[in-house]
Design a protein around this ligand. Structure first.
Ligand SMILES: [Zn+2]
Length: 61
């Protein structure tokens, strides 16, 4: 996520909360120190990260 002010890529998330099924994040830029909020839509997969899917390799003899 780039900073809209200085286009820096060094930002961190200050807070995250649910906003009508979307994720609203407040980020802070490390370069210019400004805060900006982003509204990100998320899918169910992102809602529940769960365990990584591991497939058992089929061993055929
Ligand atoms: Zn910035």
């Amino acid at each position: 996520m780039n900073c809209p002010y200085c286009k820096s890529t060094i930002t961190w998330v200050v807070s995250t909360w649910d906003f009508r099924g979307r994720i609203r994040r407040t980020r802070r830029c490390r370069i210019c120190g400004r805060r900006f909020s982003t509204l990100e839509s998320m899918t169910r997969n992102q809602l529940r990260p769960g365990r990584p899917v591991r497939r058992r390799p089929k061993i055929s003899h």
